[in-house]
Design a protein. Structure first.
Length: 191
């Protein structure tokens, strides 16, 4: 078998495994999903699964890493310096990420997997914001600045989690508008 054909076969197998896992997540929690369940739905044999993943947790960890890496890449392209004056560009990027991964995020939000993943995304937001945003009247490396940033970013992530869990009944665009207004209103108190 040629190298290209082997590569295509491996990519195809990984897609089948992931698709099967996502289908199973719709039916039961990730803790109850077994390798047997996945290979049955994917219509592959166990050795194919184990050629790619050590176990179900290995599959989950790979998905988490990819989503966090994707988030990091998107956030690396954003200029955080103007966030307090114009938060919409960053919020729109969060909406774009949420829309592009909507099904995955919703399924993960329904399981315990989301806690670690969303915590990683929140920490990326906090880290980038702390490095780049200047808050007038607040010292750069102070506890006050860290508390303000953690409060804002924790709230932003929590609102999106609430939307994913169907606890907030509005569109992503409405969330973006409301968050932008709130952030600009509060930031005026510091300027």
């Amino acid at each position: 078998m040629g190298e290209k054909k082997e590569y295509r076969s491996a990519v195809r197998s990984r897609k089948l495994i992931r698709r099967a896992f996502m289908e199973l997540l719709k039916e039961k929690s990730f803790e109850k999903i077994t390798v047997t369940d996945i290979v049955k739905v994917a219509e592959i044999n166990r050795s194919t699964f184990y050629a790619h993943y050590p176990d179900v947790l290995g599959l989950i960890e790979e998905i988490q890493i990819e989503v966090v890496d994707y988030t990091q890449k998107v956030l690396d392209d954003i200029d955080f310096r103007d966030f307090l004056e114009n938060p919409k560009p960053l919020l729109k990027e969060i909406v774009k990420m949420t829309e592009e991964n909507n099904e995955l995020y919703r399924l993960l939000a329904d399981s315990n997997i989301a806690v670690k993943q969303l915590s990683s995304i929140k920490n990326i937001l906090i880290e980038r914001t702390l490095k780049t945003i200047k808050i007038p009247g607040v010292e750069d490396n102070s506890f006050e600045k860290e508390f303000i940033v953690r409060f804002f970013m924790g709230g932003v992530v929590d609102i999106y989690i609430g939307w994913l869990n169907d606890e907030i009944d509005c569109s992503l665009d409405e969330i973006t508008e409301e968050l932008a207004k709130m952030i600009m209103r509060i930031s005026k108190g510091y300027m």
